[in-house]
Design a protein around this ligand. Structure first.
Ligand code: ZN
Length: 80
């Protein structure tokens, strides 16, 4: 007896292709969402929405990341 999962029935090429096509569109959607950026209102550099700007450290009109301190000792910041 096989000790690993064995498919009960053969999956047809149509079924496999259909499954892959949906997976592909979903994955592409996910990846485009991940790389979505908006220009920073202060320095106009692209940043991820709803996050502090990695270039100038501004978020909603005030400094939230002290970039001088960040350079001094590598403080963990929000990924952009
Ligand atoms: Zn900025």
């Amino acid at each position: 007896m096989a000790k690993h999962p064995v498919p009960k029935q053969r999956s047809t090429s149509t079924r496999s292709r259909t499954r892959y096509s949906t997976w592909k569109t979903n994955e592409l959607k996910r990846l485009t969402k991940l790389s979505r950026t908006v220009p920073c209102p202060k320095c106009k550099q692209p940043r991820r929405p709803h996050t502090a700007c990695p270039t100038c450290g501004y978020y909603r009109g005030r400094v939230v990341i002290d970039l001088a301190a960040k350079d001094a000792k590598k403080v963990k910041t929000i990924k952009a």
